[in-house]
Each structure stands twice: as C-alpha cells, then as structure tokens.
Design a binder for this molecule. Structure first.
Ligand SMILES: [Mg+2]
Length: 150
C-alpha cells in the first residue's frame, strides 16, 4: 500500500533536537518542515496557500519569545483544523494539560519516544482526515439541497 505522507511542522528552539527528529520522520516517509520559534511557526502556517498543507504541528512548550502555549492559542484561533502535539519536559506537565484544554490533540514528554510519537501522529492525522471528510460531506449535502431548491 502506498503511504500518503503526513505533512508535519516541527517547532522547537533546540536545533539539534529538531534536526534529529526531522530526519527520523523523513526516514519514515513523512513530509517535514522545521522551524525554531513560535513566530516562525505562525509565519509558515500563514504563508501556505492552503493551510491544508500542514496536517500536524509538533510544538515545543518551552521556547524563548513566544512560548508554546501562546503559539498554540494563535494556531487554534487562526488554523483550527491543524492538529497540534505538544512537547514538554518533565516538571512541566501542567502546561501539557493546559495545552490540551486549549485544543492540542495530545502531548509527549521529552525526550520523546519515537514509537509513541509515531502513534500519536497517526492518530492526529486520522482525526484531521475524518474532520475534513465530514466538512466535505456537509458541503456536498448543502450543495445538493440548493440544487434541489432551484
Ligand atoms: Mg525548548
């Protein structure tokens, strides 16, 4: 079966970590973009012709400048269908809970286990695909109804 790559945006201020993670994700066939701050994350999402270009954001909580929670609020406000998986350190688990209440799909404790991450990415991608499919169905239904009214 042909695997359709998940389009992932990795956001973390630790460059070594970002590079390592991006490499591993690319090896498993995913399409990865990486940035190093919340600001760049929003600019990247903004710059896409279609936000459908990114399926899942992997978002570090602890970053200088705009932190992960602030970034998450903006993502959910402006791009509500993009799924977000939070990365947090031990000792900052309350921010993971806060993030999930703000609409993040799930969280991972750093250093993230790659198998865990893959499973959560797949689940996030599935939720997004199903959500988009329901929107398409609703659009089609309304369109049909309009045609019926003519
Ligand atoms: Mg950090």
């Amino acid at each position: 079966m042909i695997k359709i790559p998940t389009r992932i945006l990795v956001v973390d201020d630790e460059k070594d970590f970002v590079e390592m993670l991006s490499l591993r994700l690319k090896e498993t066939g995913e399409k990865v973009t990486s940035v190093y701050s919340g600001k760049e994350c929003l600019e990247t999402l903004d710059g896409k012709k279609d936000v459908d270009d990114i399926d899942v954001v992997i978002l570090d909580i602890k970053m200088p400048g705009m932190d992960g929670i602030e970034t998450l609020r903006e993502i959910k406000k402006r791009f509500p269908l993009v799924e977000v998986i939070i990365l947090t350190g031990h000792g900052a688990t309350e921010s993971a809970v806060e993030g999930m209440k703000l609409g993040a799909f799930d969280y991972l404790l750093k250093p993230a286990d790659f198998k865990d991450l893959s499973a959560k990415l797949e689940a996030a991608r599935k939720r997004r695909d199903e959500h988009k499919e329901r929107i398409r169905m609703a659009e089609a239904r309304f369109l049909l109804r309009k045609v019926g009214e003519i």
